[in-house]
Design a protein around this ligand. Structure first.
Ligand SMILES: [Zn+2]
Length: 316
């Protein structure tokens, strides 16, 4: 039986009741605001995924920047996180658009810094090397609706366009296991996207795709993680991969948002499996005997669900 409801039921290892992870897009993260958050996660027994920019930028940031692995002290801290069990993912190779050669160099740096290629990737906004980004995130007739919603400003991303100046699809395919596309409301990501991790035959440079739950900044994260939503996630035995930016409002002048601490502390005591994004996705794929090949009607459903969310909230 391959219904959505059946696919959303996954048995978690060691009797854990649900699974929870976070992919932290590194925008605005610095040594001032990020370490207290990760110390909290570590102390709560959570190991999630922190993304990095391996290269220092040489041009102005796309929309927003933050610290990169070009800063030795910052790099040392991220490497310490990795030793503690956090996954280090990729948020493009830096905070602005990169050429193919720059991407190649960035991937080499990443492997030098962390011992292996990035297993997971989420695209940084407005980078021309975005992998199936902008209106390439959706198909056919949905593309026009997306273009209208985004006022035709989210076009011409070229990470996947073979022969173009920003193409790196072959490198992505050779090195990266999981790529994020859609973000949905609701804590149970697996309920919104029961097919993840999935292979999309129309986007073959990505080996597998995953979705996320909307929590882009501290306010949205806390709203998504309400007590009622936590209880529902536990009840459903679901899986959550939060989309967020820990650099956006979680920690100010060394003090972590109190509501965030309260909610995460509560969640940490609910019998969840708190692992990095790639570990979570590996487990789902293993229980199914591999990555799910996404059928066209399934992709249509995902796209409609996402566009409806975008229409209502205008977010990623
Ligand atoms: Zn970003």
């Amino acid at each position: 039986m391959n219904t959505e409801a059946a696919l959303a039921q996954v048995r978690w290892p060691d009797g854990y009741r649900f699974a929870f992870s976070i992919f932290d897009d590194t925008d605005r993260s610095t040594l001032d605001n990020a370490p207290p958050i990760y110390a909290l996660l570590r102390d709560l027994g959570m190991r999630t995924t922190k993304s990095v920019w391996p290269l220092p930028g040489t041009r102005a940031p796309s929309v927003v920047g933050g610290s990169t692995c070009g800063d030795p002290a910052y790099l040392a801290w991220v490497q310490q996180l990795q030793r503690e069990g956090f996954e280090i993912g990729l948020h493009n190779v830096t905070f602005h658009s990169s050429t193919r050669e720059e991407v190649r160099t960035g991937l080499e740096r990443f492997a030098e810094f962390f011992g292996h290629p990035p297993r997971s990737l989420a695209t940084h906004t407005d980078c021309r090397d975005g992998m199936y980004w902008g209106n390439a995130r959706v198909s056919n007739s949905h593309r026009l609706l997306y273009d209208v919603l985004t006022r035709f400003r989210q076009r011409d991303f070229g990470g996947h366009v073979d022969g173009g100046p920003h193409f790196w699809g072959d490198l992505c395919q050779a090195q990266v296991d999981y790529v994020r596309n859609f973000t949905f409301p609701g804590l149970n990501t697996l309920k919104s996207c029961p097919w993840m991790p999935y292979f999309d035959p129309d986007r073959p440079w990505a080996n597998a795709w995953f979705a996320s739950s909307e929590g882009a900044d501290c306010t949205r994260f806390n709203n998504a993680l309400s007590e009622a939503a936590q209880d529902e996630l536990v009840e459903e035995g679901g899986a959550c991969i939060m989309y967020t930016h820990f650099g956006k409002g979680f920690c100010t002048d060394g003090a972590i948002n109190r509501r965030f601490v309260e909610l995460m502390t509560r969640l940490s005591a609910r019998g969840g499996w708190f692992v990095p994004v790639s570990s979570l996705l590996d487990h789902i794929a293993a229980t199914r005997g591999g990555v799910h090949p996404l059928a066209r009607h399934e992709r249509g459903r995902l796209e409609r669900r996402w566009l409806a969310h975008k229409l209502a909230h205008g977010t990623s």
